[in-house]
Design a protein around this ligand. Structure first.
Ligand SMILES: [Zn+2]
Length: 281
């Protein structure tokens, strides 16, 4: 049996857009995307970049280069506004702007969506209808557990399933006492003990299940200026964690690659496994 895939992905957003006064911070988007491209080249791997429309508008050459290297460009909303701060009309408008921005960068037929901050929940599931109408085939927007931010514990197991006509591919969880966390995602991937991340990764593959993970350009940015990170309510510990272990991102990814799970673009996984009915579950 073929090894289950590693659905590694980069959430390509500009953190400055999310921080009050962020326009005064240094532009780090291209410098912090490049190491991911180098990592992927090293393994001849192609993954999915969930890019905001905002990044596509301001860095069309970067988007074109990512696409030219064979990676999938998917949608991470236009300006990274969580779904609970929008209604269906606002989301439609947001997605229209995204489409235009991708198109100007030479990217058409975007079929995947990731809600900002995993904000797809029971309350915002109306968004699936909008996504379906826009021709999106999948969403990778759910954290199927309780979480300090969004989280949708009633979603059920952290496995892909069709929801209102769209495949939802939730982040993979590891279960700790009283807490389930996306071990291959952003800050969790950096701050959890490396052995726990590796064990969780290996266990999932042993069950024939894909590992769904996400990372951001800032996650590896050891030179970023310090500022209060958005959405952590001014927590000092939270802010400390946001800067912790950034130098470990690529070495940790290298260790996961040694486990042999191929990185697969989400769109290929949807058409090759989910729609063909061959995904392990
Ligand atoms: Zn994001």
């Amino acid at each position: 049996m073929a090894c289950a895939p590693f659905l590694f992905s980069v959430d390509l957003e500009d953190i400055r857009q999310l921080v009050p006064g962020g326009e005064r911070l240094q532009d780090r988007v291209e410098a912090t995307t490049r190491p991911y491209l180098e990592f992927l080249r090293r393994y001849e791997a192609r993954c999915t970049f969930f890019a905001t429309g905002d990044v596509a508008r301001r860095y069309p050459e970067l988007i074109a280069q990512i696409a030219a290297e064979g990676h999938e460009i998917a949608c991470h909303s236009d300006r990274h506004i969580p779904l609970d701060r929008m209604d269906a009309a606002a989301l439609r408008e947001d997605l229209e702007r995204c489409k235009k921005a991708y198109s100007r960068a030479g990217v058409e037929n975007v079929v995947g969506f990731r809600a900002p901050m995993g904000s797809m929940t029971g309350e915002t599931a109306w968004a699936y209808d909008v996504l379906r109408d826009f021709g999106f085939r999948y969403s990778a927007s759910v954290l199927a557990a309780r979480s300090p931010l969004y989280g949708w514990p009633e979603f059920g197991p952290d496995l892909p399933r069709r929801h209102r006509g769209v495949w939802e591919i939730p982040a993979s969880l590891t279960h700790l006492p009283g807490l389930s966390v996306p071990f291959a995602g952003g800050v969790y991937f950096r701050v959890l003990p490396g052995l726990l991340v590796e064990r969780s990764f290996r266990r999932r593959l042993a069950r024939g299940l894909p590992v769904v993970g996400y990372i951001h350009p800032y996650d590896l940015d050891t030179e970023e200026e310090r500022f209060p990170y958005p959405e952590i309510n001014g927590s000092r510990v939270g802010n400390w964690l946001m800067y912790r272990n950034r130098g470990l991102v690529i070495p940790r990814l290298d260790r996961l690659m040694n486990m042999g799970a191929p990185i697969v673009r989400y769109a290929d996984y949807v058409s090759g496994s989910l729609e063909a009915g061959t995904a392990g579950a």
